[in-house]
Design a protein around this ligand. Sequence first.
Ligand SMILES: [Fe+2]
Length: 233
Amino acid sequence: MDFANYFGDILQQPAYIKKGETEPYLPPLVLTLANAASEESSVNVAPNYRELLPHIDHDWLPTPSSGSFLYGVELPENGPDTYWVNLIQAYEELDDLTKQQITGLQVRHFNFYGKYRDEYPEPAYAAGRSVKPDERVATHPLVRSHPDTGKKVLFLNAASEVDIVDYDLVEGAKLIERLREHIKQPHFVYQHHWSKGDLLYWDNQATAHYRPEFNANATRILKRVSIRGSRPF
Ligand SMILES: [Fe+2]
């Protein structure tokens, strides 16, 4: 955490109420992302081995993190690797018509953890519902500008529900699906094979990341710290 602090203020995630509980839970500044039993796992956690689709950390906050650090404490020999998608390149390689089509669109990003997910398993566009103001959701431009370089970024989450504000629900879902296919292309991707002790730092304002499902019995422990960011524009 001290090292991460050289790069900015540490992000404190807001408190939320876990399923079946009444008291709010304040997530720690250093998050343990762990799977399988180990001495360390007393800190945590639900099993964490299922596939993670491309997502941007904290996109469900009005001011998402600018970046995250991930430290490999204990890692299975044979992976899984983690993959980062270059969302600036992904934007640049869209055809002109699509660029026009998505200019100015706003997207609602929902948190896929916590209370929200249990109450609303179905995507908003499928259910045709409107969003309640207290839900863990934030609205961001689909094409954001990188705050340091000014470059345009296709700011898209493929791991959790999103919907486009003031847009036909069915057409919006189709458009999101098409963009999600687009960002899957391997030439946008950096693939990292972990070794114990690796510390990775990435830009949440320009990348999404994912990893495949792995053996549920494998012990894999990582620690994450995120840096506070600014409101996307
Ligand atoms: Fe993540």
